[in-house]
Design a protein around this ligand. Structure first.
Ligand code: AMP
Ligand code: ZN
Length: 437
């Protein structure tokens, strides 16, 4: 599996670990030299009493404090900028699902390197010139649209900038241009299914799809399975965040066993979010990233808030870059109810294993008379909806029982009509916490 044709850029994908570390060190030195051109890091290095030129190796990085989202916000909009304004060619603004937005800048070189990372990622899954690539994610401030677009063109795919939404036209485009690869966020992939069925389109029979790049929000293996089964495609998990360019930070290879994080461009640490110390090798924790190849806005030890772990062992594909496990969620998505810590994706995992459950759900947290309540609203499939009351009650009980098995608390389960829960084209909102009003 290590022949040249499997690599987009063999010289950075198939290095030995020590060659990779040499490259990382060269790039880290450049990054350290560059960051102090920004107001934020110039001040910080003074405050810390540290000099970037005094670093002697990769291990020295852990002497630095972390950079946080709050730092990015406090320095908004230009405090992290390391290049003169006339060298910038792009800016993106992070979705701000968890508060005020942050701005990310790119030089021409940043945009090119980013496109290369995505071309490399897509190539790794088997995407090749001759494929038609339909990008069903939002173009605009969200990095998923333009990020993948540039990467796909760089790779030489016929790229359809479809954007998110307008579902009937999406399906028409897939048909007319024999789309073979899609990029889509998981919640939209689920929402598109009933629309296809309504239009009488069976993707396995009527479309040419073979690959899906799915990411930008947490999803479970069960959802991957649903998407794969319905569309007849192989789904590759894709991870990124605006602060580190956008997508193309980590991506699954054809082994589909974790995402290779591109360590020539990002240094990875996994820390305990409470103690801020590194976790034992292979344990879950919060991922911290340092960008190694960014010009406009490099970040040192950035706390992503994303919870994952590094998978042990080597990947059969021959890439040295370590693999991340599926994201469990963001530490700020975790909620506590009746003393139990829960991630929305745990609920999803249970629901999506039950065939009568449709593709949309909502977790609602309420406080009634000083008692916390967890309500799980679940869309059922069209077929179930016409069934009689008794069967619906049986289903409701089964869902509550299965959730209890996973979560150790029994939520209130409400079954609702298919397609009745709120939906949007962007990242799905799976949790509504009404307790803190
Ligand atoms: P944004 O920069 O606004 O596009 O959001 C980036 C965030 O989306 C990340 O920090 C993750 O929390 C989430 N995210 C992106 N890709 C994935 C993925 N494949 N699985 C889980 N969460 C993801
Ligand atoms: Zn691999």
């Amino acid at each position: 599996m290590t022949d040249n044709s499997h690599f987009w850029e063999k010289s950075v994908e198939a290095l030995t670990r020590s060659q990779l570390e040499d490259l990382q060190w060269v790039r880290l030195q450049k990054t350290l030299e560059r960051v102090t051109r920004s107001r934020f890091y110039e001040d910080r290095f003074k405050e810390w009493g540290l000099s970037p030129s005094r670093f002697e190796g990769l291990d020295d990085l852990c002497r630095l404090p972390f950079t946080t989202k709050e730092d990015l916000r406090s320095a908004y909009p230009y405090g992290f900028l390391c290049t003169p304004r006339d060298q910038l060619v792009r800016l993106h603004v992070s979705s701000g699902t968890t508060g005020q937005a942050t701005a990310i800048f790119y030089t021409r070189k940043d945009v090119e390197n980013w496109a290369d990372l995505l071309a490399r990622s897509m190539y790794m899954t088997g995407a090749r010139p001759g494929d038609t690539f339909q990008n069903l994610t939002g173009y605009g401030l969200f990095t998923g649209g333009l990020g993948f677009h540039y990467g796909a063109e760089r790779l030489g795919l016929l790229t359809i900038p479809a954007g998110a939404g307008n579902s009937k036209r999406q399906i028409q485009l897939m048909r007319d241009f024999a789309t073979s690869i899609i990029h889509i966020i998981p919640s939209y992939a689920l929402l598109l299914m009933p629309i296809m069925m309504e239009m009488g389109v069976d993707p396995r029979r009527d479309l040419q799809l073979r690959i899906g790049f799915v990411g930008a929000e947490p999803y479970s293996e069960e959802v991957r399975r649903r998407i794969q089964d319905f569309y007849g495609i192989r789904v590759f998990n894709s991870y990124g965040l605006s602060e580190m360019n956008g997508p193309g930070v980590a991506f699954e290879c054809s082994s589909q066993q974790g995402m290779h994080v591109w360590e020539d461009s990002y240094l990875v640490e996994i820390i305990d979010p409470q103690t801020l110390k590194p976790v034992p090798h292979g344990s879950y924790g919060e991922m911290v990233l340092t960008s190694l190849n960014r010009e406009a806005m490099p970040l040192l030890r950035y706390r992503t808030k994303d919870l994952t772990r590094i998978l042990p062992g080597e990947c059969p594909c021959g890439r040295v870059h370590r693999r991340l496990d599926r994201m469990q969620g963001r530490s700020d998505d975790m909620f506590i109810i009746k003393g139990v810590n829960i991630f929305p994706v745990q609920v999803e995992q249970v629901l999506m294993n039950i065939p009568q459950v449709g593709n949309n759900y909502l977790i609602l947290l309420r406080n009634e008379n000083n008692i916390d309540e967890m309500i799980v609203r679940v869309e059922v499939t069209d077929r179930v909806f016409v069934e009689d009351m008794r069967q619906l009650q049986t289903l409701q009980k089964k869902i509550a029982r299965d959730l209890r098995g996973e979560l150790l608390i029994t939520p209130l389960v409400e079954l609702v009509e298919p397609h009745s829960l709120p939906k949007n084209d962007g990242k799905a909102v799976r949790l509504r916490d009404e307790r803190r009003k």
